[in-house]
Design a protein around this ligand. Structure first.
Ligand code: XIL
Length: 303
């Protein structure tokens, strides 16, 4: 293929990007995104602070704009994200009891998934619920602290009933290789499968830099999750660096996904380096002038 999306589609996969509503009016941004990608993730527009800034008041303008743009340019959409400790409006932090917070969480999930019912390829139902480091413990959050461990399975069950057509993913970072954190997620997925808790996919964010490089056991780690009966997706790929080294790392990630039939696809976390959340790392496939980088050429060649 001559574009990332077309080349991935020829292999039965998608190639996506995060999109920001604020940049869609920039012609080169939209043209590059529309030409290259066939999956979109709203970078911020479907998060809790954007969609339910006040309790029970839902605002869908930003999310709708991304979804409409994606649909009218042949891109499917990943929903990101329903339950996350970050970008959470203050009022959620102030809910007093677990039972009330469970109602609030369910109401949030049901509202978003009903609003977008039938239009979302996959939802990141729960994002980043585990700690870094060797403990494998859950991360502190209002949901974890007030509802307890069961908040994740509860969220997935509510999500399944709200939109049975959407794939339901657990999404996290630093789970790309075999380590204590990925082991904890692995054990959760295994447990969910054994108890028929609905889960369809695990999202591997894939934020890489010199402190957290693409692990040598990346493919092996993806495969062990697939062996549990879920699909895997690279959901927020960006790799710090430049030139051949960066290109080689992008090639590794692309090859790992291609080697695994149940790796559904790859999403990069932005179109151009200039708008990356880590723009100092120049971690994306297009430079600030929308020129294809070496990393772009390597990914396309690997697809
Ligand atoms: C980031 C966005 O890129 C930024 O624009 C925002 O300020 C903060 O969030 N993990 C995730 C993403 O799941 O939602 C985060 O996105 C990056 C880390």
């Amino acid at each position: 293929g001559s574009t990332l999306g077309a080349a991935a589609a020829a292999k039965g996969k998608y190639f996506g990007t995060a999109l920001s509503n604020g940049h869609l009016g920039e012609a080169q941004y939209a043209q590059t995104a529309d030409r290259e990608f066939n999956m979109a993730t709203p970078e911020n527009e479907m998060k809790w602070d954007a969609t339910e800034p006040n309790r029970g008041q839902f605002t869908y303008g930003g999310g709708d704009a991304i979804l409409n743009h994606a649909q009218s340019h042949g891109m499917r959409t990943r929903g990101h994200t329903l339950v996350w400790h970050s970008q959470l409006p203050g009022w959620v932090n102030n809910i007093g009891t677990g039972s009330e917070l469970t109602q609030v969480m369910d109401n949030h999930i049901r509202n978003l998934m009903t609003h977008y019912k039938g239009k979302i390829y996959a939802w990141d139902v729960v994002n980043e619920a585990f700690q870094d480091g060797s403990s494998g413990a859950r991360r502190s959050s209002p949901f974890q602290n007030k509802i307890g461990n069961s908040f994740i399975e509860h969220a997935f069950q509510t999500a399944r009933s709200a939109d049975p057509a959407a794939k339901l993913c657990y999404n996290d970072y630093n789970i790309d290789g075999v380590n204590a954190k990925s082991n904890a997620v692995y054990n959760m997925v295994k447990d969910f499968k054994s108890r028929n808790i609905p889960i369809d996919c695990v999202g591997f964010q894939g934020h890489f830099n010199s402190q957290s490089p693409v692990p040598s056991d990346f493919q092996q780690n993806l495969q062990r999750f697939v062996d549990l009966g879920v699909s895997v997706q690279i959901t927020e790929l960006d790799i710090a660096g430049s030139g051949q080294a960066q290109a080689d790392n992008y090639t590794k990630v692309t090859r790992a996904c291609l080697a695994i039939s149940r790796c559904d696809g790859i999403t990069v976390w932005g179109v151009t380096d200039k708008y990356s959340w880590r723009s100092g790392d120049t971690p994306l496939l297009f430079d600030g002038n929308y020129q294809k980088k070496q990393a772009y050429n390597s990914v396309l060649a690997a697809l």
